[in-house]
Design a protein around this ligand. Sequence first.
Ligand SMILES: [Zn+2]
Ligand SMILES: [Zn+2]
Length: 458
Amino acid sequence: MGTKITPLGINTTVANQAQKAMGDRPTTTTNDPRYRPNETQLTLQWYGNADVRVVEAPVPAITEPTDVICKVTGTTICGSDLHLYHKEIMQLQRGDILGHEWIGIVDEVGSDIKNVKKGDRVVASFQIACGTCKYCKKGLSSMCDTTNSSSVQEKLYGKPFAGLFGYTHFAGGFAGGQAEYVRCPYGDVNLLKVPDSVPDEKALYLSDIVPTSYHSVVCAEVSEGKSVAIWGAGPIGLLAAKWSKLAGARRVIVIDNVEDRLVLAKDKIGCEVINFDGYSDVVEAIYKLEPDGVDCGIDAAAFRYTKGFLHTVQRAIGMETDSSEIVNEALRAVRKFGTISLVADYAATTNQFLIGALMEKGITLRGAGQAPVHKYWKDLMKKVEAEEFDPTIILSHRFKFDEFRELYEAFDKKELGIMKTFVETRFSRPRAAGTPALSCFKTGDVKPSTAVETAPAV
Ligand SMILES: [Zn+2]
Ligand SMILES: [Zn+2]
């Protein structure tokens, strides 16, 4: 693997052929489950660039003694699913079931399962951890050594991260949670029981965005009195802004160009905002607010949002997979000896990286990694239960499962004020009070975003 691999080549021919040639990396659980005879379910499957479909599929069966089969009562789409939608993560295969954020009810347990039983309400971590390797023992579940079969990732990174639900064969090739049933390998460690008082509409987000946003703030070393700049006002950026405020940050500046999202950052979370469309140089706008630069930077945007011609062309012709524009802005905008955490999903290589500023300003540039959910989720569930932290501040819409394809399209275009959604299945419980009413693309009845409804018009 060198730097001159086109994104197209990485996704299809090169990576899948390389995996085949190298063979699967050995794992301690299979990604090839058995199925229940005569039972079917709806799933969301990937078929190509901007082509996802709701497809009937067989229901997985207990395949390993450590498996749990769950009925999904809620799922959603994540910003990182858009990388898959656009075929920007390698090792996708037609028919892959996507989705890594889901909540459900235990339907069947394997013979080794001790911690959960049929009927329990549980949320799954987006990562599939074994619970016993040296990383898992420390709660660093996203770095589990034994569940990702991608020899391509091992070759590219040296060692791969854990297997993930519904995130390509680069992340282990496990079927995901945009489905009515999921097989959860190592169910004793990858499922967390949900307290009765916490509705699905809150608990779902313990699977990823609550711990991931929290982890990004820990990695950026945000603390009392510090100033923070956050690139990207998507769900992770906004929840990171909220965690920064709760950590006592003196000032939180959020940078994006989607006005609805900036309004939310300002009015609901109390941030200062910069619409980058209004500036030729965002960094100058940051220095106007913070003459020394910000103490902490969090990149929650993503490599795919190129602004300049140079990186747009380089990505298009395969000279780089990831743009360095945002990280370079962060390197210029943080103060000397400041800290940056990258929580956006960078994938492979970048050009024009401002390595000089990194070294000469003494900046700590921290790859946050996929967040180790197990390290945080029990504590964070308590904060949600105690209503110290409410993930529904960004919950904007609710849809039915059979409209997933339309939802991908709208979410991708950032249309209709869609921020974070709750997608219900035939197993969902009645909607919790205070959460968005059901919207419907087919009838055109898409409700206004509840996340921004209290905000004044801009
Ligand atoms: Zn996610
Ligand atoms: Zn492990």
